[in-house]
Design a protein around this ligand. Structure first.
Ligand code: ADP
Ligand code: 5GP
Length: 207
């Protein structure tokens, strides 16, 4: 066999309404698959619970976030639930160039923005079994105030209506099953024929 060709890794977007389970699912995926790496976003919101700088988010002051956004540091950025969130561009492309598949756990606005910039991105929407279950999971997580939960549930309705624009939709009922379904999607995407191979060879054309 010849030298292995290093192909660019996948860009995988996982979106869900807040409390839908994308963080939990992503942790399971990363634990099982060393080819995956999660992109760490920047945000202007305060850290909550056990969150750590650089592991969960880069926590930035609004003025710093604004400056970086203007400098074009983000692949996409959006205001979500009253705070700014953005995906640092350079780190994503560096990891992809190394052949790693990069997972973004971002909101729907961000997912659609990534799609516009990179048509090859794989968009997966994670749905809770119902809004009632979503509310119970947000309350059970114990990290958000009642007002925050109320605002997140209100946004959830709109976010769920955007699932149609995604390539795949997975219901997060049983965690193990949702993880397995996303693993199947990733496995299939890795087997996709590269676009250039699908073009008809020039020699077949009649002149
Ligand atoms: P997100 O990152 O989308 O905001 P999380 O991953 O934080 O959501 O999940 C919200 C809460 O729901 C967490 O407490 C998590 O442990 C719980 N959770 C996630 N998936 C499931 C599931 N399939 N069944 C029960 N609880 C779940
Ligand atoms: P949380 O405050 O619960 O961590 O995240 C709130 C929302 O912001 C979630 O829907 C999460 O996916 C989204 N989010 C996190 N990082 C990014 C990002 O870099 N870009 C966008 N557009 N949304 C993000």
């Amino acid at each position: 066999m010849g030298a292995t060709r290093k192909t660019r890794g996948l860009l995988i977007v996982i979106s869900a309404p807040s409390g839908g389970g994308k963080t939990t699912i992503c942790e399971h995926l990363l634990r099982k698959d060393p080819r995956l790496v999660r992109s760490v976003s920047a945000t202007t919101r305060e850290p909550r619970g056990q969150e750590r700088e650089g592991r969960d988010y880069f926590f930035l002051k609004p003025a710093v976030f604004d400056r970086r956004a203007k400098q074009g540091a983000f692949l996409e950025w959006a205001q979500v639930h009253g705070h700014c969130y953005g995906t640092p561009w350079r780190e994503v492309r560096r990891r992809q160039a190394q052949g790693r598949d990069v997972v973004l756990t971002i909101d729907v606005q961000g997912g659609l923005s990534v799609r516009r910039q990179d048509p090859r991105a794989v968009l997966i929407f994670v749905k809770p079994p119902s809004l009632g279950v979503l509310q119970a999971r947000l309350q059970g997580r114990g990290t958000d105030s009642r007002e925050t939960i109320r605002r997140r549930l209100k946004n959830a309705r709109w976010e769920m209506s955007q699932a149609r624009a995604y390539d795949y939709s997975v219901v997060n009922d049983t965690l193990a099953q949702a993880v397995a379904q996303i693993e199947t999607i990733i496995a299939a995407e890795r087997l996709r024929t590269p676009t250039e191979k699908k073009q008809r060879p020039a020699g077949n054309r009649r002149t």
